[in-house]
Design a binder for this molecule. Structure first.
Ligand SMILES: Cc1ncc(COP(=O)(O)O)c(C=O)c1O
Length: 429
């Protein structure tokens, strides 16, 4: 099915079938039903070109770094080229891109490094809407006498309480950590404003863009954040994590590393041998997004003003993906609201959000809902997805958390209608 994308007065058709053809996993059937991958917030499917890139690396270039022979030189080049691809993804210099195992490991390493320069009585600020990945490393600092403040969430709207946020900042605040978008309920926060407020008191900002990265173009220079991380497996790539660090911040940081490791950005953040095949695949995931942008970029001339090359195509790709996803999301929310016994958790209409929708049903637990859908070939997550604090403050921990439906650019309106039909059936039971 083709959905009309309308933006800036320019209309074009998003050819979802052409996108789907690139993902071998779309061929799967479960109990005779075509698999509907609405589990994207936990990790997306992977296009053939990414799979080919991983295989190509392992087949022809597999090696460690800094040797003088072909495979090693190629590996060094591949790592540099992938840093450049992520520089276009983030809008930064390649020297500001470091690789790691995953976002959680990256953030623990970052937290441990920052903690070396903190003293008892210093303060850090985290939020109730965050994934444990951007809470755990900072909460652990309590052991060192650091005071940890939790910013409240407006429970009706599932958005950060900005007055509470401001009230937690003072001249003792050393680190402020928050997400760009909530993997629990899809809320996109005003991160630019939050970074600016944190900088007013001289704090370091750490933005978790893991959920957001599939849903919008990232511009770290515009955000002005000190650090930002994401995970390639959330946007068509293999399981690796990537860190953006403002160069001068990383240069000043006493990172956790072996003595022999280079002591400058971006290498000083990296420990041991990296996941080379995963990194090779991640570069191709960015090329995949850029290819969507190349196809649909002409619809976004105004938004893309001043951008060129792959950076422009990546930004265009993200705009096209969201322009496709958002009307389907709205349709899903509108229809879901009509089903009796369903309660949706997330930001109010008009507030920035990703195409991730979470809800509960009053006659079935989230696990029962997910199981019912799974039998029909519809993959959705249930639980707290490590947005554990949010689920707890929403009072949903004991009842099994939330059901989470997440759209990726290979999902269709038909899949959402199938999902709605199944939820209606279940509600009537
Ligand atoms: C918002 C958010 N932050 C952090 C993470 C953790 O990422 P990783 O699995 O790469 O450690 C996730 C994973 O679901 C996430 O959704």
């Amino acid at each position: 099915m083709n959905i009309q994308i309308n933006l800036g007065g320019c209309a074009m058709k998003y050819d979802v079938e052409a996108v789907r053809r690139q993902f071998p996993a779309m061929e799967r059937k479960i109990n005779g039903y075509p698999a509907a991958y609405l589990d994207g917030p936990g990790g997306t499917q992977v296009p053939q070109r990414v799979i080919d890139k991983v295989v190509d690396y392992l087949t022809w270039h597999n090696c460690n770094i800094h040797g003088v022979f072909a495979t090693s030189v190629e590996t060094d080049n591949m790592l540099l080229e992938t840093r450049k691809a992520f520089a276009d993804f983030f809008g930064c210099a390649w020297e500001e891109v470091s690789f790691g195992a995953n976002s959680t490991t990256i953030n623990f390493n970052l937290g441990n490094a920052i903690a070396r320069d903190l003293k008892p009585g210093d303060e850090v600020v985290i939020t109730d809407i965050d994934h444990e990945c951007n809470r755990g490393p900072w909460e652990m600092m309590e052991e060192r006498g650091v005071i940890v403040h939790n910013v409240k969430v407006d429970l009706e709207k599932c958005i950060i309480d900005m007055e509470d946020f401001k009230s937690k900042l003072n001249d003792k605040t050393k680190v402020v950590a928050f997400n760009y978008a909530s993997n629990g309920v899809g809320t996109v926060s005003d991160v630019k404003k939050m970074v600016a407020l944190a900088h007013e008191v001289g704090a370091i900002t750490v933005v978790d863009a893991v959920h957001y990265a599939l849903h919008g173009s990232i511009d770290v220079k515009d955000l002005d954040t000190d650090f930002l991380f994401c995970s390639a497996y959330k946007f068509f790539g293999p399981h690796i994590g990537v860190l953006y660090s403002k160069k001068e911040r990383l240069e000043a940081l006493r990172t956790i590393k072996v003595r022999e490791q280079d002591d400058w950005a971006p290498y000083k953040f990296e420990t041991g041998t990296l996941n080379h095949e995963g990194i090779a695949g991640a570069a191709e995931a960015i090329e995949f997004i850029a290819s969507i942008g190349e196809t649909y970029g002409s619809g976004f001339e105004k938004e893309l003003e001043g951008l060129s090359g792959r950076r422009r195509n990546v930004a265009a790709g993200m705009l096209a993906i969201e322009a496709y996803d958002q009307p389907i999301t709205e349709h899903f929310i509108d229809e879901l609201e009509k089903i009796s016994g369903v309660k949706i958790y997330g930001p109010p209409k008009g507030h920035p959000r990703t195409s991730t929708v979470s809800f509960t049903m009053n006659n079935k637990s989230p696990k029962e809902v997910a199981e019912y859908l799974a039998e029909r070939g519809i993959f959705v997550w249930d639980g707290d997805f490590y947005a554990s604090k949010l689920v707890r403050v929403l009072g949903l921990r004991e009842s099994g958390g939330l059901v989470r439906v997440g759209l990726a650019p290979y999902n269709t309106m038909e899949e959402i209608d199938r999902t709605l039909d199944a939820i209606r059936e279940l509600a009537a039971k």
